[in-house]
Write a protein that binds this ligand. Structure first.
Ligand code: ZN
Length: 195
């Protein structure tokens, strides 16, 4: 299997990185949007990314028993990481705005867990996953993602964090967005273009 490092060019070539004017789920505006699902749509690529993240977690020196990802974005890559590590995989989901472990899934007290995401933007949803798992009695050992666009090397300190690709895409509050000021039509990915 090709285990060369993931590049931004690959994400762009597969449509997973787009330029434009976007309203991110955080409410911030940006000229760059990432939709890793388009990269992961090809299972061979997903398997490679999973192997690369698994290697990064091994380099961190952690010994997890379980991989957990937040649905939907983290599920494909989290599953591939779990496959590469030979571990089980569970996911969390948002129900009526509240992050929760998917119905029927359970955590054993003290179970050692790593959390895998596709893209870390603010780290907010990932921190909600940490909280859910810790409240369930898990020991969260480390975080990993395909892309870190948070603007900081590790938004999860003191937990260790590994990202395959760190990018420096600017984001703005809507009031100070230069694309808004130039009148560029904005798009909220997942819905039709906004006026
Ligand atoms: Zn804007």
């Amino acid at each position: 299997m090709d285990l060369s490092p993931l590049t931004l060019d690959e994400l762009t070539a597969t449509g997973a990185h787009r330029k434009g004017h976007f309203r991110l789920s955080s409410g911030l505006h940006s000229g760059d949007y990432l939709q890793c699902a388009l990269y992961l749509a090809e299972p061979v690529r997903a398997a490679r990314a999973g192997r690369l993240i698994a290697g990064g977690l091994e380099d961190l020196g952690v010994a997890p028993e379980l991989v957990v990802s937040p649905a939907l974005g983290g599920v494909i890559i989290g599953h591939e990481v779990a496959r590469a590590l030979g571990l089980p995989f569970l996911f969390t989901e948002r129900q009526e705005g509240v992050m929760t472990l998917r119905r029927g899934f359970a955590i054993a007290p003290g179970q050692r867990v790593v959390i895998v995401e596709d893209v870390v933007t603010t780290g907010k949803s990932t921190r909600e996953v940490i909280q859910v798992l810790e409240e369930a009695g898990a020991r969260v050992l480390a975080m990993a993602s395909m892309v870190n666009r948070s603007g900081t090397a590790n938004p999860f300190e003191p937990l260790p964090y590994h990202a395959l690709l760190t990018v420096g895409f600017p984001v703005w509050e809507p009031e100070s967005c230069p694309l808004c000021q130039r009148g560029v039509p904005i798009e909220k990915p997942g819905s039709r273009p906004l006026a």
